[in-house]
Design a binder for this molecule. Structure first.
Ligand SMILES: O=c1ccn([C@@H]2O[C@H](COP(=O)(O)O)[C@@H](O)[C@H]2O)c(=O)[nH]1
Length: 275
């Protein structure tokens, strides 16, 4: 999906919501466990219930990898099921020496190889340019680089000062020489929204993938106020607060209500801050 198509989808749906498919087999409603593939069945119902209110889905691969081959199969079926109108993100946080990164890229971007055709993958920047560039060799695919994450451990390295700027700021500046805003996004945690105004001076055009609202307590209003640009420039992720809004037979309805509530709030912020 292109930058323009993503923005068009945001305008049409009046939403910049990314639903996180962090499907934990231990947390899904009991009645689904009798299904052949309970994880996929849960995702299918969540996708059907929320697709009108979001523009993106982000399965975190850990939840699938933990189940072995069955988990990979559920992930493949899930990506294939997501409507093509939605931007798909493999939250895998990969990155290694070049030839290994190339295989990670094939895993998520080459359906002939792995059966999966995501739009984007999250990548850790720590190993530098040659670990990131193999992902950019796939046409029309995106890299979402970890910059300032939502967890408290982000203070350990990401904020360390080096030559007058924090490490995460170096990530934002240097990586812009690898690809433009049409192929690169950044993970910036909702819990760090007080820094977004400053961050926008470094990356005025890029999309930010923002996890950390909902269960982690980040504020959607603050994220929108300080992070939005003239092309919205935000994909705000919520996982647990949506997919586990209910845990009984009505779980999909509860997820729908939660996603719809977030979309309604986003509509207000798009009117107010998308300038
Ligand atoms: O800085 C980061 C980077 C990634 N994540 C991931 O996003 C979701 C958040 O889930 P919630 O249930 O909405 O808290 C999850 O997959 C994380 O691994 C993040 O939270 N922060």
């Amino acid at each position: 999906m292109t930058y323009e198509a993503l923005f068009e989808s945001i305008c049409r749906k009046k939403s910049y919501l990314c639903v996180g498919l962090d499907t934990d087999i231990r947390k899904i409603p009991a009645h689904l466990l009798k299904e052949k593939d309970p994880v996929f069945e849960f995702n299918r119902q969540i996708i059907d219930a929320t697709a009108d209110f979001c523009v993106s889905y982000k399965p975190n691969t850990a939840f699938y990898e933990a189940l072995g081959p069955k988990g990979w199969e559920s992930l493949q079926k899930t990506v294939e099921y997501i409507p093509k109108t939605h931007f798909t993100i493999a939250d895998a946080k990969r990155g290694d020496i070049g030839n290994t990164s190339g295989l990670y890229a094939r895993t998520f971007f080459d359906p002939a190889s792995s059966g999966m055709d995501f739009d984007a993958v999250t990548v850790a920047p720590y190993m530098g340019s040659d670990s990131v560039k193999p992902f950019l060799e796939f046409e029309n695919k995106w890299v979402i680089l970890l910059a300032l994450t939502s967890n408290s451990g982000s203070n350990d390295f990401q904020r360390l000062d080096s030559e007058g700027a924090s490490l995460y700021e170096h990530v934002l500046r240097t990586s812009q020489t690898w690809a433009g805003p049409d192929r690169m996004m950044y993970v910036l945690g909702a819990t760090q929204a007080s820094e977004f105004q400053k961050i926008r001076t470094v990356i005025p055009e890029h999309f930010m993938l923002v996890p950390g609202v909902g269960a982690q307590g980040g504020s959607l209003e603050e994220v929108s106020k300080y992070g939005m640009n003239a092309h919205c420039g935000l994909l705000v992720n919520a996982s647990r607060s949506i997919i586990y809004a209910g845990n009984d037979k009505d779980f999909a309805l509860k997820a729908k209500e939660e996603a719809s509530g977030m979309q309604q709030e986003m509509e207000i912020y798009l009117d107010r801050y998308c300038k």
